[in-house]
Ligand binder design. Sequence first.
Ligand SMILES: [Zn+2]
Length: 709
Amino acid sequence: MITQQISDEVRELAELNKQAMFDRCRESWRHVDAPDVCDWIESKLRFGTGDGDVQLESRVGPFTFDDTPWWRFIVRSAVAPECQSIALPAATQTHKTANFLIAIPLYLAEFKPAPAMIVVPDEGEAKKIRNRIYAVVQESRKFTTFERLAVQPEHKWNLQEIHLGSMLIHLAWAGSKSKTRSKPCHYVFFTEVDVYRDADQKSGDPVEAGKQRTKDVLRYKHLFESSPSEKPSTICDEEKIADERWRWYVTCPHCGRKQEPRFFLHKKGKLARKGGIEFTIRANEQDGDALLEPRQARTASYYVCESGCKIANDYKRRMVEAGEWYPLGWRDGDAEPERRPCRTMGFHLWAMHSPNETFGTIAEDYLRHKKKGQVVDFFGNRLAISYESETRAPTWMELGRRAAYTNARRTVPDACWFLTAGIDKQGDNNGSRYVIRGWAPNRTSYLVDWGWVSRDEFDEGPILGDLLEVEKRVLASDFACVTRDNEASLNPLGRSRLRVRLANIDTNHLPRQIHRWMRQLAPNWLDRLRDPNRPLSESNPLLPGRLRAVRGDRHVRPDVRFRHNLVETHARSGEKYEGGLHQWGICVYPYYQEQLDCISTTSVGHDGSWYVTSDALALGKEYLQQLTNFHYATTFDKRRGRRSAWVPRVASIPVDFWDCEIYAAVAAEMVVGDMGWSEDAWEIWRGQSTKQQKRSRSATSEVADIGSR
Ligand SMILES: [Zn+2]
């Protein structure tokens, strides 16, 4: 084994041009006086198109810390010899890539060259970061000269490493085939670490693999940055274990109190309703806890100082730029800290540190995310905080009792505007499970039906028997609307019976059999192109159906959530899908967290409440057990390192009904689309569609279905 490795290494070395290597070594050891890192970055580095003609950055011109002064201490610490590790949970638009992954590596390449590695989530990100680094070097060289930094033209399209003349930066991502797996690195940059966990688990945890690279190096550096995922988050865990954790404090322009700016007002205690952004109607001098409309919040919201002063939007920039780093938990009046680098350090940058944000735009952004049911994303991307559901998951009996509404199975509460379904075809082809759920404004939802359909293993027809039964129960059935007393009623659209508006079926298993079943359904039940013989385009759009093929897709980002693909052939067999398969890739993780929130919330009767039927406890033990049997767990393994994954709590109980609920929730989000979940938006839609219907007096008297998709 070892001999094999050595002979590989020898062969690899022989392949290298020895003279070039000698030059590089000599170049690396030549002494160059190192200036202050921040002065160097600001005087030397520039954003621009480099030698290409594509603008890769949102900014052009010189790097500057004038509008982001908090970066100075982070950057100085990052290059200090005594600092081994920095963990930076950071919001988007805080210039974290430009500073952490471009400016710092370039400074090190110029003054302290040593083998380095950048760990990225995937190949696409590797390409992007490589091009951005080269573009900055090229652009800067139009205005200045470097001692060592250079871009070797022959290396430009190499995806294994970034070659900066004096320093090689290896590029690694989960599943990347790096020839240099065993070679030590001095600097390892981990970017968007919380995205890795969606990566291919078979190839191992890239964070652990990256750390392994420095184990034989005396003076190493690990730099971590990411916007946090929902809990547990790698970046937040790394930050938490740092020796020194720093927070950016601001001084109130009215009373002079120093404090760490927060997003949410304190809920209780001495600081209740202080120390955060006001985005309730109190901002408009009204009473109560009702939230402002997003657009109102932009202008009406303000910051409430810990002493109670109102700080208006136009103070934000000056106040934040005049801030300073303090140790976490520092109180105004405590001794001034000494701000110097140490072995392991943690920082935190959130939307407050985006130069272009005001208190109002941050509040507006929050309220918009809330309306869309995407608070998890807001926490990670804007607050740089890892979202965690507030309560523990209940037992199946607790859930059945607590979340029970008044409607019986296969009836619909009359508050529902539409129904969706999730269908899970079993991998071993013994049957299918489904869930049907009704939806009301603000994401309030009601269970309508659930079921298990076993397949007769002797069914010989061309279409699987369980799917034909699912077709009857889920797609062909309609369900009566009822009042709280279970009497016949009309829903807000004036209908007495509802059928499923959109069903999502998991096509991860048996996609060909599912495709065959789908092909014999009514054509307008399926997603299809207006003209099937032309590619998808603005003039040839995708017409939405009632049944949609979906599957979990780790390439879809959490903020995008779902994405349409037209699949021509079955990946493994190469067999052609007749007419193509419109398959939607879903990033399931945010939905998992939201689902866990739904079943964990102890109170019902408010916006966003999640219900089961009145008889679920009596009839739905299997459903409730599966729904409460899924969680996110972290395990430590000496050989494989830290592993976190969504797994069943009890291995012997499946989680198929959990999956069905996820697909039904995704379907609901697909139905409401850009309209979002606010009742006002739905009412506006209703007004418009009623008018349209009167005008057209079309042959079909059917009321239009809500939603764009
Ligand atoms: Zn104040």
